[in-house]
Design a protein around this ligand. Structure first.
Ligand code: FES
Length: 87
């Protein structure tokens, strides 16, 4: 199971972490139930860049609501077509 972790530290929270979480949760409900786990995490010291998100070990900095679908598509939906193209 893959894990999406969204920073819920104060800076990321103020930059929209709760909305990012809601959008990821909607996508998981629609496409990834049982395959993707969503979790919060504390500050990752990337605060100047906006909301910080990890998908397993890969970090995405400065994530906004407009980036959520792109990340989900890249990390989960694109992989479905070619089956597991794990790094
Ligand atoms: S509050 Fe999110 S990286 Fe610091």
């Amino acid at each position: 199971m893959k894990t999406i972790k969204v920073c819920v530290g104060s800076s990321c929270f103020l930059r929209g972490a709760s909305e990012v979480i809601d959008l990821f949760q909607s996508l998981i409900d629609k496409h990834g139930q049982g395959k993707v786990k969503l979790a919060g995490m504390f500050c990752q010291e990337k605060c100047t860049k906006g909301v910080t998100v990890f998908v397993d070990e890969e970090i995405f900095s400065g994530v906004g609501r407009e980036d959520v679908a792109k990340i989900f598509q890249k990390k989960f939906l694109d992989n479905k077509r070619g089956e597991e193209k794990e790094e």
